[in-house]
Ligand binder design. Structure first.
Ligand code: AMP
Length: 283
């Protein structure tokens, strides 16, 4: 496994792989890797001849009051995870390798980026779509792997790929969870042991939503309300949103359509830690 911080050298390496007739899979990450990230690299390994993982804590997707400077950086352990999961190449750029000081270009997906996460984290998705476009330009993948954990993110990237005719297939991988259901996240390490005990209630609320959707009597709005009540019942989770939305447009659903589908999405703060999770629903 090679590790390289220069975009030019990464580009040369993937070009060489392609010249040899290999298909290329790319897994963009911000490091602090866990089993969720590993599942993406393994999936990429199983579907491509040459696998590039990228590790870059992207400053442009953090708001001014967010956790960019304290975001966990665990490069040595990350490289071990990448090696074990079968990556061929790991791209570990510095900020200056990715952004010229006088850069003036951003990539923006308009509508989808303005709701939910976008409403609570202004500019976040501009940072994501810009960096992912750059990573696609550098690694020229046939397939790129994203987690359903960041549901809105994968939807926005799919939209961008379609709108810009980018020659890459987006693969969305299932959410990997801890034993108690908490979705794995690099940010879980911020939780105190007390907070960690409560964090599973987010998954419990999503399970409640799945159950209610399956039983067929509650409307999406009622399901969303029940999720909120469950979360607020903990007394410590501050709900930013708890909604049931259309899985493609993210427009909030009000009334139940038999045989329809939705996605339950939650963002909540536990102390200073912000957690997100989601669950696809069938009515
Ligand atoms: P991040 O390093 O948080 O930017 O995440 C990199 C990629 O891993 C994104 O596509 C995430 O959606 C995905 N990911 C993060 N956590 C999980 C998880 N628990 N299960 C599956 N994929 C995940």
């Amino acid at each position: 496994m090679d590790v390289e911080s220069s975009p030019k050298k990464i580009h040369a390496a993937v070009r060489e792989a392609r010249r040899r007739g290999l298909t290329i899979g790319c897994v963009p990450t911000m490091g602090a890797l866990h089993a969720g990230h590993v599942s993406l690299v393994q999936r990429a390994r199983s579907e491509n001849d040459f696998v590039v993982a990228t590790i870059f804590v992207n400053p442009t997707q953090f708001g001014p009051t967010e956790d960019f400077s304290r975001y966990p950086r665990t490069l040595d352990a990350d490289l071990e995870f990448c090696r074990a999961a079968g990556a061929d190449l790991v791209f570990t750029p510095q900020v200056a390798d990715m952004y010229a000081a006088d850069a003036q270009t951003i990539v923006r997906v308009t509508g989808l980026s303005t709701v939910l996460e976008g409403a609570h984290r202004p500019g976040h998705f501009d940072g994501v779509t810009t960096v992912v476009t750059k990573l696609f330009q550098i690694t020229e993948p046939d397939r790129a792997y994203f987690g359903q954990k960041d549901y809105q993110q994968q939807l926005i990237i799919r939209r961008m790929v379609q709108d810009l005719n980018l020659p890459v297939t987006i693969v969305t991988c299932p959410i990997v969870r801890e034993a108690d259901g908490l979705a794995m996240s690099s940010r879980n390490r911020y939780l105190s042991s007390e907070e960690r005990g409560v964090a599973k209630e987010i998954f419990q609320a999503l399970q409640l939503a799945e159950q209610l959707a399956g039983s067929g009597s509650d409307s999406p709005q009622e399901i969303a309300d029940r999720m909120r009540v469950h979360l607020e019942g903990t007394g410590v989770l501050t709900v930013q949103y708890a909604v049931v939305a259309d899985p493609e447009t993210l427009v909030t659903q009000q009334t139940r359509v038999s045989g329809g589908a939705g996605v339950a999405l939650i963002a909540a703060k536990l102390g200073s830690t912000r957690l997100i999770d989601n669950q696809l629903l069938n009515y």
